[in-house]
Design a protein around this ligand. Sequence first.
Ligand code: 1HE
Length: 294
Amino acid sequence: MDMGLTIGSHDLHWLLFITIIIPSNLSENATMSTTSSADLSLRLHGEHSEVAVITLQRAKKRNALSDGLILAIRDTFQNLPASVRAAVIDGEGEHFCAGLDLSELQERDASEGIFHSRMWHQALDCVEKGRVPVIAALHGAVVGGGLELASACHIRVADDSTFFALPEGTRGIFVGGGGSVRIPKLIGAARMTDMMLTGRVYNAADGERIGLAQYLVPGGTALDKALELATRIATNAPMTNYALMHALPRIAEQPGDHGFFTEALISSIAQAAPEAKARVRAFLEGKAAKVKKD
Ligand code: 1HE
C-alpha cells in the first residue's frame, strides 16, 4: 500500500464541498455555477453542462499550490459530475500558478518527502488519467509545480502574457509533481535540464515553439479558446476521447510491435461502438461535416 496517496487528506476534505445548483431553464452555453472551497471553484458550461471549468482561486498567493489545494484538485477530478465530457483548468488573477506553496515547504525526512511527492503524483494523475480530456488555459506565471500541473493536462493554451520556468533548480530542490516524467515528453530532457540548471524562462511564443503549449492566443483570451476547444471535444464519441487519454500515451511508450497490437485492440473497440457506426453512416449519407481547410 502506498501511504503517500492519502497523507493529510483526512483533515483537508472540507476544502472541496461542492454544491451544484441546476437551473431549470438552462439555455445553450449557459453557465451553471457551483461553489466549492475558497481556493478552487468548479462551474459547468454548455447546454448539457458538458464542460467543467475548474479555477485555482488563490490569486493573492499567485495560485501557489498548498497541500489543501492539491488535494482539492484530486477530489474535484475524481468526482466530476456525470454530465461532464471535457474540462478546462485556469487560474484567477494575473498568473496561472506559482507552483508549490513555498511557505509549506518544511524539513521532511526522506520517507515524508516521498509521501508528499506521491500525493502530488496521485492528484495530477487524476487530471491526466481521469475520465475526460483537460485543457489548461494559461496566462502569466506557469512555473514549478504550476508547469507540472499544466503538463498533466491534455492540451495547453497559452495567452501571450504566459511565461514558463522551473525555479526548483535555483531553490535547491527538484521537481516532485511528475515534472521529470511529463515535461521531457513535451520538450525533451535537454531543454528541461537547461531550464532547471540555468533558471531559463521561456516566453509564450518560445514556449509554444518548443512544445510547452499547443496554442498561442492574444492576451486575455486563453479561457475563451480553451472553452471553445473543450466544447468541441465534448461532442466527440466518449470512447475516442478515452482511447486518446488512456491508450495513446501507453501505446507511445510500448515497443512498436506491442503498440501495433494495442492499437488494433483499442481501434476495434472504438469502431464497434454504436455511436461510431452512426457517425460514419452520417458522413456517408452526406449528413456530417467534411474536413475543411482553416
Ligand atoms: C508565494 C509563491 C509560492 C508567490 N509559494 N507563496 N515557485 C517559485 O519559486 C515561484 C515563486 N513566485 C514568484 O516567482 C512570483 O511570486 C511570481 C513570478 C509567480 C509572481 O510575481 P508577483 O510579483 O506577481 O507576485 P509576488 O509579489 O512575488 O507574490 C505575491 C504573494 O504571493 C507574496 O506573498 P505576500 O504575503 O508577500 O503578499 C508571495 O510570497 C506569494 N507567493 N509565489 C508561496 N510559490 C511538487 S514540487 C514543485 C516545486 C515547485 O513548484 S518549486 C517552485 C516554486
